[in-house]
Design a binder for this molecule. Structure first.
Ligand SMILES: C[S@@+](CC[C@H](N)C(=O)[O-])C[C@H]1O[C@@H](n2cnc3c(N)ncnc32)[C@H](O)[C@@H]1O
Length: 253
C-alpha cells in the first residue's frame, strides 16, 4: 500500500471521518489546544499535517492567540470544500512528499493528530523510516523554541516485545485481515496502519532533533479476550516535543 491508496481510502471514507460540528460543541482537543494556548502569542503560526476536515485548526484559531494556521492532507475529500467558511489555509499534499511546500523555520507548532500510523510502506520498518523522515522535515519547519505535537494510538503487549502488537496489526492487515481485527477492533479492511510503541514514538521525536517535554496518556478500555491476551494496554498518547539545538541524529527524506 502506498500513499495514493491511503489517499483513495480517505477520499471514499471521508464522510465517516469529517465532523459536521460547530466549534462551540467540541470538547475533544482541550489538552492540545491548552498546550498551545498557554504558550502562543500573536503572530504564531500552526501547521497540521494530515488535518482532515480542519476542525482542530479552526478551533485553535478561534480559541487561542495563534494568528495563522495551515493544514495539509493527502485527501481532497477530507479537506474543507471551497464553500466552507474557514479561517485556516488548506492544501492537498502528502506528508511524505518532501520537502513540504513551506519555508523552513516558519512555524511555532506542527501537529500530527492520528496520522503517523497512516504513513505506511512495504514493511513496518519501511513505514517507520517514512515517519522518521517526516518528523525531521517537520522539525526543520519549526522556528527556534517551536514544538512538534504528536497524538497517536499505541498498544502494549504483555506477551512479547512492546512492538509485538503493532507488528501483528501491520502484518495482519497486510496478509490476514481476520487476525488484525481480533487484535484491533478498529482495524479496517483495505487500510494498512503501522502503530508505534510509546518508546518508539519518543525515540523518533528525539532522533528528529526535538526533546519531549510533556506526555499525556489516556487509556482505552480493552474489550475482547484476544485483545486482553495480546494487548495489555492500549492508549491514546500525546507527546509534546520542543525543537532542540542538537538537531536530527538521522537523515531526513
Ligand atoms: C484519522 S484521520 C485524522 C484527521 C485529523 N488529524 C483529526 O485528528 O481529526 C487521518 C488523516 O490523515 C490523512 N492522511 C493519511 N495519509 C496522509 C499522508 N501521507 N499525507 C497527508 N495526510 C495523510 C487522511 O487523509 C486523514 O485525513
Amino acid at each position: 500500500m502506498d500513499e495514493t491508496e491511503v489517499g483513495a481510502y480517505f477520499d471514499t471514507a471521508s464522510s465517516e471521518y469529517t465532523h459536521d460540528q460547530e466549534i462551540d460543541g467540541i470538547d475533544f482537543w482541550p489538552t492540545v489546544d491548552g498546550f498551545i494556548d498557554q504558550r502562543c502569542s500573536a503572530g504564531d503560526r500552526v501547521l497540521e499535517i494530515g488535518c482532515g476536515d480542519g476542525l482542530f485548526l479552526e478551533y485553535v484559531l478561534e480559541r487561542t492567540d495563534v494568528s495563522e494556521a495551515y493544514g495539509v492532507d493527502i485527501s481532497t475529500a477530507m479537506l474543507p470544500g471551497p464553500e466552507e467558511d474557514v479561517r485556516a489555509r488548506y492544501l492537498q499534499a502528502s506528508a511524505t512528499d518532501l520537502p513540504l511546500p513551506f519555508e523552513p523555520e516558519s512555524f511555532d507548532y506542527v501537529v500530527f493528530s492520528d496520522v503517523l500510523h497512516h504513513l505506511v510502506g512495504d514493511s513496518r520498518s519501511h513505514s517507520r523510516c517514512k515517519v522518521q523522515a517526516v518528523l525531521v522535515e517537520a522539525r526543520n519547519l519549526l522556528r527556534e523554541g517551536g514544538h512538534l505535537i504528536v497524538k497517536d494510538i499505541y498498544h502494549h503487549s504483555p506477551v512479547g516485545p512492546d512492538e509485538l502488537t503493532s507488528y501483528a496489526i501491520f502484518y495482519g492487515l497486510k496478509h490476514l485481515t481476520g487476525l488484525a481485527s481480533l487484535v484491533d477492533e478498529q482495524a479496517t479492511d483495505g487500510l494498512l496502519v503501522s502503530f508505534y510503541t510509546e518508546d518508539e514514538l519518543v525515540e523518533m521525536l528525539e532522533q528528529a532533533g526535538t526533546t519531549v517535554v510533556r506526555k499525556e496518556v489516556e487509556r482505552m478500555p480493552d474489550a475482547s479476550l484476544p485483545r486482553r491476551v495480546l494487548i495489555e494496554e492500549s492508549a491514546c498518547i500525546r507527546l509534546y516535543a520542543e525543537k532542540n539545538h542538537r538537531g536530527p541524529t538521522v537523515d531526513g527524506g
